[in-house]
Design a protein around this ligand. Structure first.
Ligand code: THU
Length: 131
């Protein structure tokens, strides 16, 4: 699959980041199986712990408009750091519940990308089956 359009959409989402504290803009985009692109960006807060990451906003956004894990084709996450972006631990936990284990996750920079899955990013995860 060609992920260039999805990565481009994630960079569009990144432009909306609200980042007065870190000045580090992250963008994310979900492609749904019916062809919609659903954006997320990081939204910070003076109470730092209330900040929400771009990829969580994207997946929450998708669920809020009626999609569920089976409907998601792929997720792209983009940033402008010195190394390819990789989701934080809290995002991995959320993605492990809200994406299928093998859904492609594209970690991208301006020039390159890697394709991974939540199964790979968070092995031995705690899920509802663990309880
Ligand atoms: N951030 C994300 O949005 N996604 C990640 O995968 C890593 C971190 C955000 C949170 C915060 O607004 C800023 O990047 C710096 O940590």
């Amino acid at each position: 699959m060609d992920y260039q359009r999805l990565i481009k959409e994630a960079y569009e989402a990144q432009k909306k980041a609200y980042i007065p504290y870190s000045h580090f803009a992250v963008g994310a985009c979900i492609l749904t199986k019916d062809g919609h692109y659903i954006h997320g960006c990081n939204i910070e807060n003076a109470a730092y712990g209330s900040t929400m990451c771009a990829e969580r906003n994207a997946v929450y956004h998708a669920y809020c408009v009626g999609y569920q894990k089976e409907d998601i084709e792929a997720l792209a996450i983009v940033g402008d750091g010195p190394v390819m972006i990789s989701p934080c631990g809290a995002c991995r936990q959320v993605l492990s519940e809200l994406l299928l284990p093998d859904t492609p996750i594209i970690l991208a920079s301006r020039t390159d990308y890697n394709v991974t899955t939540i199964k790979e990013l968070l092995p031995l995860s705690f899920t509802k089956e663990s309880m």
